[in-house]
Design a protein around this ligand. Structure first.
Ligand SMILES: [Cu+2]
Length: 266
């Protein structure tokens, strides 16, 4: 019986073990450099917002930290399942565990969380806690299942008779910050502009202000990122970023069209 036990559980050579540890450490250290080699379905959409780079940097950092921890934990789980499987003639050893290990795996994640909180503090303050000067104001009221937009007219003020309204079509000038006052008529919606790294809930009874600035001209989609009812899937809008001249022309055209319609109906 004793001889059999010896055959079943050969002891690993210390040299082999240190080689494995070294290889593992090398792999874990070089993984983040592969961020650019991610498959397309793991990559974020293109970024067309001034602060998108900061958010992406934090996002990829968190992805790599949690990704490496996930792979290590799952690999160890599978390894231990195999290594300590039930074997004939080998009684189980009951153990309380290791206080030192428990302290380590409590302190390390806590330190990682504090470092991440400190790293994201500046971006959070810049993006969420202050609104830029000289921004253009737009009001967006979400409803089942559309986005109602309101632009200030010639007086530059919202909620005056010369406001310009638009349904599901957002136009903004490139290179100028836009402050959106977000509201909801019915249920909670979520105003989501993936390429601008903007996602904000629209909550009934509340006005939430968010801002962003486009870095280039183009067309993208507005989606609702909150399951808001049966028509949620079709709650889609379009955002067009254009040159300041084209934007002013679009705004003037919309105002002229609205004036014409008002004339016809009176
Ligand atoms: Cu919605």
């Amino acid at each position: 019986m004793r001889e059999r036990q010896k055959c079943v559980a050969p002891r690993a050579l210390p040299r082999g073990r240190s080689l494995r540890v070294a290889l593992f450490a090398l792999g874990a250290a070089t993984l983040p450099s592969l961020a650019t080699a991610l498959p397309f379905w793991l990559k974020l959409p293109e970024n067309v917002s001034t602060y998108g780079g900061q958010i992406d940097g934090l996002f990829y950092l968190i992805l790599w930290i949690t990704g490496v921890i996930f792979v290590v934990v799952e690999a160890l789980l599978i390894f231990f399942l195999f290594r300590y499987r039930r074997r004939e003639g080998k009684p189980a050893r009951y153990t309380h565990g290791s206080n030192r290990l428990e302290v380590i795996w409590t302190i390390v994640p806590a330190v990682i969380c504090v470092v991440l909180a400190m790293m994201s503090r500046r971006s959070w303050a810049e993006i969420k806690q202050s609104m830029p000067q000289g921004a253009m104001n737009v009001e967006i009221v979400a409803e089942q299942f559309a986005w109602n937009l309101r632009y200030p007219g010639a007086d530059g003020k919202l909620n005056t008779p010369d406001d310009v309204q638009s349904l599901n079509q957002m136009h903004i000038p490139v290179g100028r910050p836009v402050v959106v006052s977000l509201k909801s008529k019915d249920v909670i919606h979520s105003f989501f502009l993936p390429e601008f790294r903007v996602k904000q809930d629209a909550v009934p009874g509340m006005t939430t202000r968010i801002w962003f600035e486009a870095t280039r001209v183009g067309n993208w989609e507005i989606t609702c990122a909150e399951l808001c009812g049966l028509g949620h899937y079709r709650m889609k809008g379009f955002i067009t970023v254009e040159t300041p001249e084209n934007f002013e022309k679009w705004l003037a055209d919309q105002a002229a069209e609205a004036a014409k319609e008002a004339d016809q109906s009176s």
